[in-house]
Each structure stands twice: as C-alpha cells, then as structure tokens.
Ligand binder design. Structure first.
Ligand SMILES: C[S@@+](CC[C@H](N)C(=O)[O-])C[C@H]1O[C@@H](n2cnc3c(N)ncnc32)[C@H](O)[C@@H]1O
Length: 276
C-alpha cells in the first residue's frame, strides 16, 4: 500500500469518527450528562480498568484515542493529570465541552496515535488506551513505538481491547454457534466496511459510513510492545466484553457481555513497563 493510499484510508476513518462523535455525544449509550450531573460518575470502562491499573492520583496520564472524553474525565476524577489525544477534531470538541462543564482542566490534543510522541513532545507516568484501540491502527509497531516513547522510565502502558479472535468470527449466524470463517493470521490488510449504524445504534450520515480496520494477531501486538523496548508486567484474557459482539451473548453486568459456555477469549488486558 502506498503512503497516499494509506492516508486516504485514515482520512475516511477520521470522517467516520467525526460523524460518530457528534452522534455519540447525544446518545444514551455514552450518557455524557451524567459526568456533569453526578460528582462521582466514572465510566464502566474505567471502573474495570482502575481495578487493574490501581491508584492514579497525582500521576501524569496520556489517554490515546480518547474519543469524546468520558473515560479521560473519569480518570481526571480519580485524581490523574490527564491529556487526551485523538485524531477526530469533532470528538475533541465534544471532549473539551464535557471537561469544561464537568469542571476538569483536561488538555485535549489532536493527532494520530502513531505520532503521539512527536506531537506531544513530553512523557507521562501512564499511557492508557482501552476498548476500541488497535483495529483502527494500520501499523501496530508504529503505535507501540509512539506509546513507549511517551513513557518516562518506569512508566506503564495500559492497553485493553477486544480479542483479535473476534475478527475471525461469522457475525451473520442467528444461532448460538461460534464459527471461525476468516483466517486469524491475515495481518497488514486494510479491511473496508460500510457501517449504516454506529455501535451506539445511531444512524451514520451517508457520506461518513466507510471505515477501514486492520487485524492484528495477539502475537503481533505483544511482539510490537516488546520490540518497542517495553517489558510485559501483566497480561490477562477475559471471558467478557464491553459490547454484544454476537447475538447469543448475554449481559451479565453493567456494560459486560459474556458468551454462553465461555468458549473463546473475548478481550485482553496488558500492562507493559518502560524499563527505568
Ligand atoms: C472506540 S473509540 C474510543 C474508545 C473509548 N473506549 C470510548 O468509548 O470512548 C476509538 C477512537 O479512536 C480514534 N482513532 C481512530 N484511529 C485513530 C488514529 N489513527 N489516531 C488517533 N485516534 C484514532 C477515533 O477517533 C475514536 O475516537
């Protein structure tokens, strides 16, 4: 793929995320008003992630692919000094409005996550990215290098995402069978979709439906973290997911879905440390 081809795909994704951000901020799925009205509101994503990451009060924390800022503000509420980065200007506009209304001084910076270190030019105690991260990144090596370079010595990268096995499944089935129909080892290929609806259920405008994703195996992801000089401190696969990926999945708790019989891993969490 030539560089202009790749940048055209990234531009299509940015248009898609700009459109999503404007819809998501109005959607009950994100319920942004709750972060303004409820002084203790923490997103369900951060509710889980804080149990693994631990105390963050006083830490400098970078949130990569921060979207409309609901998770970023949740961390700020837990005492971290937050910077959010996203390539969608519409998402950042909404994130800045939300932070101002909720009373948090969070800095939101526009840019591609693959260039976060060059764009920000400073380092953090924690680099955080969670739920819907790497499928939109064409080069996981570039993403890992940028994330690692944003860490101070001793700093930690926290990454939680859907498990790559999800990208092999047949989503058109109406029964409870989990069937693998696409090769797992198909990395480096841009896969084009046209989404009529966002995951919030909102209908996307006709000119912002095209979306490109890149599949990365778990080995490729962990290998990219190691190649960027990080040391893996924690790794866990999960039998639950933050969204209903298959019709047969059942909701087990606020924001959590499980597959009857727990037949495959649905998500993973990794913490990797920059050596001191
Ligand atoms: C699923 S959302 C973020 C997930 C977060 N858990 C949430 O729900 O708020 C993915 C985000 O990645 C951003 N994004 C996608 N590709 C990007 C890239 N190459 N660089 C920076 N941001 C990117 C999108 O704009 C979007 O805001």
């Amino acid at each position: 793929m030539t560089a202009p081809d790749l940048e055209a795909k990234i531009a299509a994704n940015r248009a898609n995320w700009n459109a999503r951000a404007k819809l998501h901020v109005l959607s009950p799925f994100y319920n942004v008003q709750r972060y303004i009205d409820e002084p203790k509101a923490i997103s369900s994503t951060v509710q889980w992630d804080r149990t693994v990451l631990g105390e963050v009060a006083g830490l400098d924390m970078l949130h990569l692919q921060c979207h409309i800022g609901t998770d970023t503000i949740s961390w700020a509420r837990l005492g971290a000094n937050m910077v959010g980065l996203d390539f969608s200007e519409a998402a950042l506009e909404e994130a800045r409005k939300l932070a101002a209304k909720a009373g948090f001084a969070v800095e939101f910076v526009q840019g591609d996550a693959r260039e976060a270190d060059r764009i920000l030019g400073r380092q953090f105690d924690v680099v955080y990215a969670s739920v819907g991260v790497l499928p939109w990144i064409p080069d996981v090596g570039a993403w890992a290098r940028a994330a690692a370079a944003c860490l101070r010595p001793g700093g930690r990268l926290y990454l939680r995402d859907g498990h790559p096995i999800l990208a092999t499944l047949d989503y058109a089935r109406g029964d409870d069978q989990v069937v693998c129909i696409s090769p797992y080892f198909r990395t480096g290929v841009a896969e084009r979709d046209e989404f009529v609806y966002s995951y919030t259920g909102d209908e996307l405008p006709h000119d912002a439906r095209v979306n490109f994703q890149w599949h990365h195996t778990l080995g490729e992801i962990l290998g990219a973290l190691l190649a960027s000089g990080l040391q893996i401190q924690h790794f866990q696969e999960h039998d639950w997911l933050d969204w209903q990926a298959l019709d047969c999945m059942v909701q087990v708790a606020d924001g959590r879905w499980r597959l009857p019989g727990d037949r495959i891993p649905l998500a993973y969490t990794v913490i990797a440390v920059r050596p001191g």
